[in-house]
Design a protein around this ligand. Structure first.
Ligand code: IPE
Ligand code: IPE
Ligand code: MG
Length: 238
């Protein structure tokens, strides 16, 4: 491995292609979601070992409520089941779980399982796994704006103190900017994922459907990232 091989601090993944993965195998969409979750579980372990500090995953968007009742309820039950089943595993691996997104219209039992995961893992010092669930990037910016307006109105901060950094700190979770954004399945769009955080992220769009996105695929993503020349508006480095 080259000496200056860089591991990104904050990686984001839009977990996409579960439905098409299932369809190509002649299975129902929910089988794709189940396989997608198993892929994620393995990947979290690997990414934790690699030394990535933050992994944000897009698990369910505010817009995904437009799907059939059957699919939404399958996904909600899957979340509920795996959050309970795998809490101990995440905890044993020193993973700190966070959730980003709105409460409404999530069911109370799903919300409580999310709170329980955050609480149980809050002192862990390994990978921060930020699960974006009932999440929308525009909603996050709107919600941060409301939080900041409240702080100004109650005198906690002055209007002059509002800047890009303060805004970032008032998003759902105070996380470093995203370095690498991966969207599986070949779609080349953002679909409302972490709009504020991706400002200078490198983008990578592998064709692989998420259930097939394994350790090897993740290593390829890191190789691609290492070949990029990040300039942040400055001059060429390479
Ligand atoms: C991503 O897979 C998972 C969620 C959005 C919950 P999709 O369900 O979007 O799969 P495709 O895009 O239909 O293949
Ligand atoms: C984005 O994928 C949301 C998640 C992966 C959770 P979608 O499959 O919902 O996005 P579109 O509809 O193709 O843009
Ligand atoms: Mg999709």
């Amino acid at each position: 491995m080259e000496e200056d091989y860089k591991i990104p601090t904050h990686v984001g993944i839009i977990l996409d292609g579960n439905g098409r993965w299932a369809k190509e195998k002649g299975l129902i969409r929910s089988a794709g979601h189940k396989a997608g979750y198993e892929a994620l579980r393995k990947l979290v372990r690997y990414i934790n070992d690699k030394g990535v500090k933050v992994l944000s995953v897009y698990a369910f968007s505010t817009e995904n409520f437009k799907r059939s009742e059957e699919e939404v309820s399958y996904l909600m039950n899957l979340f509920l089941k795996v959050f309970k089943k795998d809490l101990a595993e995440f905890n044993d691996n020193n993973v700190k779980v966070l959730f980003s997104g709105r409460k409404e219209p999530l069911a109370d039992d799903v919300w409580e399982a999310m709170q329980e995961m955050e609480k149980t893992t809050e002192n862990n010092t390994g990978l921060i796994l930020n699960i974006c669930l009932n999440y929308g990037g525009q909603a996050e910016i709107v919600d941060a704006t409301k939080k900041i307006v409240d702080k100004v109105l109650n005198g906690e901060i002055s209007k002059e103190e509002i800047n890009e950094e303060l805004f970032r700190q008032n998003l759902y979770k105070d996380l470093p900017p995203m370095d690498l954004m991966i969207r599986t399945s070949g779609e080349v769009r953002i679909s409302n994922f972490m709009l504020y955080e991706i400002a200078y992220a490198e983008m990578y769009f592998p064709k692989t459907y998420f259930p097939d996105f394994d350790e090897k695929e993740f290593d390829i993503a890191i190789d691609v990232y290492n070949k990029r020349d990040r300039r942040f508006g400055g001059i060429k480095n390479k």
